[in-house]
Design a protein around this ligand. Structure first.
Ligand code: GTP
Ligand code: MG
Length: 623
C-alpha cells in the first residue's frame, strides 16, 4: 500500500532535513579531513553515499532531494577541500614517520620529500627522540617519530629546536671544496701542537700505571690526589694499582683492576699538547680500545718484560693483545710507534731480555707495516720510575741504555699532518648530554675546521645543527682544526639524532651512508677460514654494525697486490683479498682514497679481529 504524502509539511521537513544533513555532512567531512588521508576520505565518502542511496530509494521525491543533497554536499566538500588542500600537503610532511638510525633501515614506507626554497632535498625531522650517548646501546637502533615543522633556512637564527630539516641527498659533493680563510689561518700565538697518543698493549702490561705515573711526574696528578689513591688502593688490597687509579676511575675498573673504557688525560711535553688515550688491554674490551686507536696520531705500545707475560701478549689467534693492538693501530693509519718495554725491574733491567723482546716484537711490527725508522724502543719501569721523564738513574739500566726516556721519545715523534684543506669530518666517538639539556659530540676532528656558529650536518640521520660551543680539554675555544680532540655542543637538533658512531660534516659535503661495501682486506691469524656468508662485526671509525661476507671478489698476491685468483671459495690467515660485505644497518663511510678516517675498516668475529682493511668502493648507499 502506497504511503500517503502531505507535500506542504513534507517539503518543510525535507528542507530542514536537507539543511541539517548538509551541515552534518560538512562537519563529518571536516572531521575526516583532519584525521584521514585523501584516499581514506574518498573511500569513506563512497561508503556513505552508498548507505544514503539505500535509505533514499523509497520514494521518488526523496530520491530527487537526496540527489540534490549529494550534489550540494559534494560541491561543498570540494569547496572546503580546495583551501585545505595546500595545508594538507604541508601537513603530510609533518605526520609521524619512522626515523632511520644507524644500523637500521626505514621500512615503513617512503619519506615525503619536498624541495626547499634553495632546491635542496629535505625529509622530515624528528620529534620526541630519546637521548642515547652510548654507541653500543641498542636504543640507538630504535624507531622514533618524525615531524617536519619548518623548511630549511640558511639563517642560523631560524634553526630552532624541532624546526630543522633532515637532508638525505648529496648536495655539493661534486663541487670542489674551498676552505674559508679562517680555517686555514695558522698564525695563531705559539701554541703547542696537539698530539693524540694512544696507550695500547696486552692486559696488565702496565698501561694505566705508566700513564698515571707520567701524569703525576708532570704535575697533572697532584701529590694530594696521589696520596688519596695510594691510601684507598691499599685499603682495598690493590696497593700496586695506585697509579692506575688515576686513570681507572670507575668502581668496577678499580675492583677488577682492569681498564674497561678509554681514559682521556692531557699533559704538555716540550713540543706537544698530548691527549693521552689510555686503552683497555683486556680482550673483552677491544671494541673500546678501537675508539682510542681510531683517534691516534701515534701510539705507545706497552709490553710487559717479565718472563711469560711478554710471550702471552704475543700469542696468536686473538689471544695476545700485543699483536692485535699493534695490528689495529697500524690499520688505523698510525705509522709512528713507541714500544715501552715496561716492568724491566722484574727482569733486573736485563739487556738480554730487552734485546730478545726487541727482536721478536720488531719482526712482528715490521710485518704489520711499521718501518724500523718509525719505531722507538724505550726500556722502562713505571713502578720504579725509570726512564719515564728523565733518563734512568739506575745503573743496571743506564749502563747499557743510552737511548731517550719516554717523554723525549714522545717529543721526537714527527708532527702529524693536519688536513684543513678538506671539508669538515668529525667521527663521533662519544655523546654527552650537557646540564643545559643540549648534546655534545666528542671526537677527533679528522679534516677541516669548525667554529662557534658553524652549521654542521649530523650523519647518518642527515639533520642540520648549529655549533653552540667548542671545548678542547674542557676549556672552551672559538675554533678547532683538523687533529684537535674536541667536544662540540650542538643546538637546533634533537638530542637523539646525535649518536656515537655518526659523523659531523659540512652541510654541503655530506659523507656517504653505506649498506654494502667493497673492501680490500688482509686476513689476520684466524683458526677458521672466511667464507661467503660468514657473519662478521664490521667496524669503521667509531661505528660497529653486524654484517656478512656477501661476495669474494678476488684473492690478491701478497707481494704484487695483483689479482691471483678471482672468486676464491675461502680465505685463510695472512691472505689478502677483495670482498664485499653487506651490512645489517647503515654506516657513514667513504672510499679510502677520498677519506682515510672514514675508509679504514676491520672485521671481527667471536671476539677476535679477523681482518683489517680499507674501503675500495661503496656498493650500495642508503637512499
Ligand atoms: P689493563 O688496562 O687492564 O689492560 O691493565 P694495564 O695495562 O693498564 O695495567 P695496570 O696499569 O693496571 O697494571 C697492572 C699491574 O702491573 C699492576 O699491579 C701494576 O702495579 C703492575 N705494574 C705496572 N707497571 C709495573 C712496573 O713497571 N713494574 C712492576 N713490577 N709492576 C708494574
Ligand atoms: Mg689499564
Amino acid at each position: 500500500m502506497p504511503r500517503k504524502v502531505s507535500y506542504g509539511l513534507d517539503y518543510f521537513a525535507m528542507a530542514l532535513h536537507f539543511a541539517a544533513n548538509y551541515l552534518l555532512n560538512l562537519l563529518i567531512f571536516l572531521f575526516w579531513f583532519t584525521h584521514y588521508s585523501l584516499e581514506q576520505m574518498l573511500h569513506l565518502s563512497l561508503v556513505r553515499m552508498a548507505v544514503s542511496m539505500e535509505s533514499g530509494n523509497v520514494q521518488f521525491v526523496h530520491m530527487t532531494m537526496m540527489k540534490v543533497h549529494f550534489v550540494v554536499t559534494y560541491v561543498a566538500l570540494f569547496m572546503s577541500i580546495l583551501p585545505l588542500m595546500a595545508n594538507k600537503k604541508m601537513r603530510c610532511c609533518s605526520e609521524g614517520r619512522p626515523e632511520y638510525r644507524r644500523g637500521e633501515s626505514n621500512s615503513k614506507g617512503k619519506e615525503a620529500q619536498v624541495l626547499s626554497s634553495d632546491n635542496e632535498m629535505l625529509v622530515p625531522s624528528v620529534h620526541g627522540s630519546k637521548v642515547s650517548s652510548d654507541c653500543e646501546s641498542e636504543s640507538s637502533h630504535s624507531r622514533e617519530n618524525m615531524n617536519l615543522t619548518a623548511p630549511l633556512s640558511s639563517n642560523l637564527n631560524q634553526l630552532k629546536l624541532g624546526k630543522h630539516p633532515i637532508r638525505n641527498k648529496k648536495v655539493n659533493s661534486e663541487t670542489k671544496y674551498q676552505p674559508e680563510e679562517w680555517m686555514l689561518m695558522e698564525k695563531e700565538p705559539e701554541i703547542l701542537k696537539q698530539l693524540n697518543l694512544a696507550i695500547v698493549g696486552h692486559v696488565d702490561s702496565g698501561k694505566s700505571t705508566l700513564s698515571g705515573r707520567l701524569l703525576h711526574l708532570l704535575g697533572k696528578v697532584s701529590k694530594k690526589e696521589m696520596h688519596k689513591y695510594e691510601k684507598e688502593a691499599k685499603e682495598k688490597g690493590k696497593g700496586s694499582f695506585a697509579y692506575a687509579w688515576a686513570m681507572d676511575e670507575s668502581t668496577e675498573e678499580r675492583e677488577r683492576g682492569v681498564t674497561m673504557t678509554v681514559a682521556v688525560a692531557y699533559f704538555d711535553s716540550k713540543k706537544y699538547h698530548v691527549v693521552l688515550l689510555d686503552s683497555p688491554g683486556h680482550k673483552d674490551f677491544v671494541p673500546n680500545m678501537i675508539s682510542g686507536a681510531a683517534q691516534a696520531d701515534a701510539a705507545v705500545l706497552v709490553v710487559d718484560a717479565s718472563t711469560g707475560s711478554f710471550e702471552a701478549g704475543m700469542d696468536g689467534y686473538g689471544i695476545g693483545q700485543t699483536r692485535e693492538h699493534a695490528q689495529l693501530v697500524r690499520s688505523f693509519g698510525v705509522e709512528q710507534i713507541i714500544v715501552a718495554v715496561n716492568k724491566m725491574d722484574v727482569v733486573g733491567y736485563s739487556k738480554e731480555r730487552f734485546d730478545f723482546i726487541k727482536s721478536q716484537l720488531g719482526a712482528f711490527l715490521r710485518s704489520c707495516g711499521f718501518k724500523d725508522s718509525s719505531i722507538i724502543w724505550v726500556p722502562l719501569s713505571a713502578v720504579e720510575n725509570q726512564n719515564l721523564v728523565t733518563t734512568s738513574a739506575d745503573v743496571r739500566l743506564s749502563s747499557w741504555c743510552q737511548g731517550v726516556c719516554l717523554l723525549d721519545a714522545i717529543d721526537s715523534l714527527q708532527t702529524p699532518l693536519r688536513d684543513v684543506s678538506k671539508s669538515l669530518i668529525l667521527p663521533i666517538c662519544d655523546v654527552v648530554k650537557t646540564s643545559m639539556g643540549q648534546v655534545a659530540a666528542c671526537g677527533k676532528l679528522e679534516t677541516g675546521a669548525i667554529r662557534n656558529g658553524s652549521k654542521v650536518l649530523v650523519m647518518p640521520i642527515g639533520a642540520l645543527a648549529a655549533v653552540r660551543s667548542i671545548e678542547r680539554d674542557s676549556i672552551s675555544c672559538n675554533l678547532a682544526r683538523a687533529g684537535d680532540h674536541i667536544a662540540v655542543t650542538l643546538q637546533a637538533i634533537e638530542t637523539g639524532h646525535v649518536l656515537a658512531g655518526g659523523v659531523l660534516c659540512h652541510p654541503d659535503y655530506p659523507v656517504q651512508v653505506a649498506t654494502c661495501l667493497e673492501l680490500k682486506i688482509l686476513v689476520l691469524d684466524i683458526p677458521t677460514p672466511i667464507l661467503v656468508g660468514s657473519q662478521v662485526e664490521f667496524h669503521i671509525h667509531h661505528a660497529k654494525v653486524a654484517g656478512r661476507v656477501s661476495k669474494m671478489v678476488a684473492l690478491l698476491d701478497q707481494k704484487t697486490g695483483k689479482v691471483s685468483k678471482t672468486a676464491p671459495r675461502i680465505l685463510k690467515g695472512k691472505q689478502s683479498a677483495i670482498i664485499e660485505v653487506r651490512l645489517d644497518g647503515a654506516v657513514c663511510a667513504e672510499e679510502f682514497s677520498k677519506s682515510k678516517a672514514l675508509g679504514r675498516t676491520f672485521l671481527r668475529s667471536s671476539g677476535t679481529t679477523i681482518a683489517v682493511g680499507i674501503v675500495t668502493r661503496i656498493v650500495e648507499r642508503k637512499s
